[in-house]
Design a protein around this ligand. Structure first.
Ligand SMILES: NC(=O)C1=CN([C@@H]2O[C@H](COP(=O)(O)OP(=O)(O)OC[C@H]3O[C@@H](n4cnc5c(N)ncnc54)[C@H](O)[C@@H]3O)[C@@H](O)[C@H]2O)C=CC1
Ligand SMILES: CC(=O)C(=O)O
Length: 302
């Protein structure tokens, strides 16, 4: 366990609770603070999670927004979620108000805190959180396409009969409808994916559709997604707390595109330490620019 590793989770619904559960069993945080506008949810989640925390080395308690502003890492998972058939961008008006309220309540935010946005639409809210919090861009990260990339790797792991963790392929751009897969740079064991015999027969459009549509399939079947993002967000917190300098696709302000979107980034104590420039084919670059444009249209409104 790391001594200075207090993590606040603002928004204690299904996503916040799944993150807390995944995080406590990593045994790297001294304390998890649970914050929500609904005091009954805070009490219920803390009571339930405390029974699990007893078997880990992390303590858990309810806290105020003001206390959350003094945590080392502040995760924001508060807000409305999509209904079946609704794009993530449809949530912006409601979740902008929620975010504004939360950031207002957390002031003064610790200047060295790292803020991790999870609520949707995550790229736009990450852009807004940076503006409202006044924190440097490198300290305000969105979970972005980490979850989509995980979904892609799970799918490719099945196609190539290999552990998904050994698939090096990224989903980039928006955590949403305009996202794209960087196929040309995808490798397994250092070997480009397009040199494998499976490449020709692989329906890449169908794979992209299945990856970007996975959230909606889960929402249709059980109303929400939470374990996948809980594990991804816990991994990002782990990377920050231990200064692991691991590379994950996260939402961050990217100079090259002038917007907040997902690119692979090296992550450690101070948040994003470096953003990598993935080599893209011409068509891929056009699609990523298209995703940036789609996001810019909305981000410019805030
Ligand atoms: N980035 C990603 O990959 C994913 C993002 N999400 C997003 O995470 C968000 C939360 O989803 P769920 O946990 O399933 O929803 P939920 O409805 O279970 O929980 C949301 C929580 O936010 C709280 N909340 C609302 N306004 C608040 C405020 N002003 N201050 C503090 N707490 C407030 C509510 O009381 C509720 O407990 C949604 O926006 C959803 O779309 C969900 C899955 C994946
Ligand atoms: C809900 C959502 O954003 C996801 O599962 O990808």
């Amino acid at each position: 366990m790391v001594a200075h590793s207090r993590v606040a989770i603002v928004g204690a619904g299904a996503v916040g609770a799944s993150l807390a559960y995944a995080l406590m069993f990593k045994n790297i945080c001294s304390e998890i603070l649970i914050v929500d506008i609904n005091p009954d949810i805070v009490r219920a989640q803390v009571l339930d999670l405390a029974d699990a925390a007893c078997i880990s080395h992390t303590s858990i308690r309810g806290a105020t927004a003001e206390e959350a502003g003094q945590a080392d890492i502040i995760v924001i998972s508060a807000g409305a979620k999509q209904k079946e058939g609704e794009p993530r961008t449809k949530l912006i008006e409601r979740n902008y108000r929620v975010l504004k309220n939360i950031i207002g309540g957390m002031q003064p935010i610790r200047p060295d805190a790292v803020m991790l946005m999870v609520a949707n639409p995550v790229d736009i809210l990450t852009h807004i959180a940076r503006k409202l919090s006044g924190l440097p861009a490198s300290q305000v990260i969105g979970s972005g396409t980490y979850l989509d990339t995980t979904r892609l790797r799970v799918h490719l792991g099945e196609v190539f009969d290999v552990n998904p963790q050994s698939v090096n392929a990224f989903v980039l751009g928006e955590h949403g409808d305009s996202q794209m897969v960087a196929w040309d740079s995808a490798t397994i064991g250092g070997q480009p994916l397009n040199s494998f015999p499976e490449w020709e027969s692989m329906d890449r459009n169908a794979i992209e559709k299945s990856v970007s549509g996975k959230a909606m399939e889960i929402i249709r079947l059980k109303g929400a997604t939470f374990y996948g993002i809980g594990a991804c967000a816990a991994d990002l917190v782990h990377t920050i707390v231990l200064n692991k300098k691991s590379v994950h696709p996260v939402s961050v302000f990217v100079e090259k595109y002038g917007v907040t979107l997902s690119m692979p980034a090296k992550i450690g104590w101070e948040g994003v330490q470096h953003v990598y420039d993935v080599p893209l084919g011409k068509e891929e670059e056009e699609r990523l620019v298209g995703s940036a444009e789609a996001l810019r249209e909305i981000q410019e409104l805030y």
